[in-house]
Design a protein around this ligand. Structure first.
Ligand code: SF4
Ligand code: SF4
Length: 317
């Protein structure tokens, strides 16, 4: 039996498919979207996160690190040489202030399903089930296949949340055990897609066309990133494509900056400017609805998320 690298299992999820769901997040992604709100999902190996704002500079982590990756700076803040870090977790276990954590744990399909089944009663009452997301779940195809098969054997509704970047032969096998596909469409222009995500969209769009014909229900997910993919042209072309494929449902995913602290915790740079305006979402909805699509969005949520983030920043000052 294969094992998968899992970085989160989120129970009682309401945004990753119908009803109440458990979302299983697999670690590792062939894309590196500039706006990615889960930077810990990108690498295919476990990683250590360090939350400096919780650190009390006690030095315990430096003392227990077996590889010498940690060393104290003049003010006592531990500095990490990530080339030496093996994500062994010794510092995480020893830290008395929860300033460190490890992202990524090897799990068997059976271990994951055991967690997923805890909320079976909620799935039954809401037509929910299990969603596998990432990272990119198709990048761990053997584990994903076994996980979906196990879910089917337990009569759980299965949903695949994918960026669509995988060999069609893999996707075709996975679809046999998938009840719903949430398919990301990030940009219709190939060169822009390459610039924003690190890969061009040829394979992704080819796969989308094949999935649309497969008979498995598909919802398109369009992350709306201000200044990067929210031009009228891109939204119109997306609407045209979705309509031409005979698909109906589009979920608009709002841009937010709630992942910023994780970039810092991983020593990564965040390179997207905040250019949000509350009316951009309503505008995108109007364009998409002109193609007779069912658009799922709650623009008020975006306004609230902007306000919430600003409140958080004000509190921190
Ligand atoms: S995870 Fe392990 S190797 Fe990495 S800094 Fe912590 S103790 Fe050192
Ligand atoms: S053990 Fe935790 S609180 Fe102490 S220096 Fe290390 S990260 Fe900071």
């Amino acid at each position: 039996m294969s094992e998968g690298l899992v970085y989160n299992i989120q129970r009682l999820s309401l945004h990753d498919g119908p009803g109440i769901r458990t979302t299983v997040f697999l670690k590792g992604c062939p894309l590196h979207c500039l706006w990615c709100s889960n930077p810990e999902s990108q690498s295919f190996v476990p990683e250590m996160l360090y939350f400096e704002n919780q650190c009390q500079h006690c030095g315990i982590c430096v003392a227990v690190c077996p590889t010498g990756a940690l060393s104290p700076q003049d003010d006592g803040t531990p500095r990490c040489d990530r080339r030496k870090c093996l994500a062994c977790g010794a510092c995480t276990d020893a830290c008395p202030h929860d300033a460190r954590s490890i992202s990524g744990k090897l799990m068997s399909p059976g271990e994951v399903i055991k967690v997923v089944k805890k909320d079976r009663i909620h799935y039954q009452n809401s037509d929910g089930g299990m969603t596998v997301s990432g990272g990119e779940p198709l990048a761990q195809p053997y584990f994903l296949l076994e996980l979906l098969k196990a879910a089917r054997e337990d009569f759980l509704h299965t949903c695949l949340d994918t960026c669509g970047f995988a060999k069609w032969e893999i996707m075709e096998k996975i679809l046999k055990y998938t009840d719903l596909v949430l398919f990301d469409v990030k940009h219709l222009h190939s060169a822009e897609h390459q610039r924003l995500t690190g890969v061009d969209n040829t394979l992704i769009l080819d796969n989308l066309k094949k999935v649309a014909k497969s008979g498995v229900p598909v919802r398109i997910r369009l992350p709306l990133i201000p200044g990067l993919n929210d031009s009228d042209k891109n939204i119109m072309e997306t609407g045209q494509l979705v309509e031409s494929l005979g698909l109906k449902d589009v979920d608009l995913i709002f841009y937010h900056m709630l992942g910023l602290n994780k970039y810092k915790a991983l020593g990564m740079e965040y390179r997207v400017e905040d250019k949000r305006t509350p009316y951009a979402v309503e505008h995108a909805v109007r364009i998409l609805e002109s193609f007779s699509l069912q658009v799922n969005s709650s623009p008020g949520e975006m306004s609230r998320s902007i306000i919430k983030e600003r409140e958080i920043k004000i509190c921190c000052l």
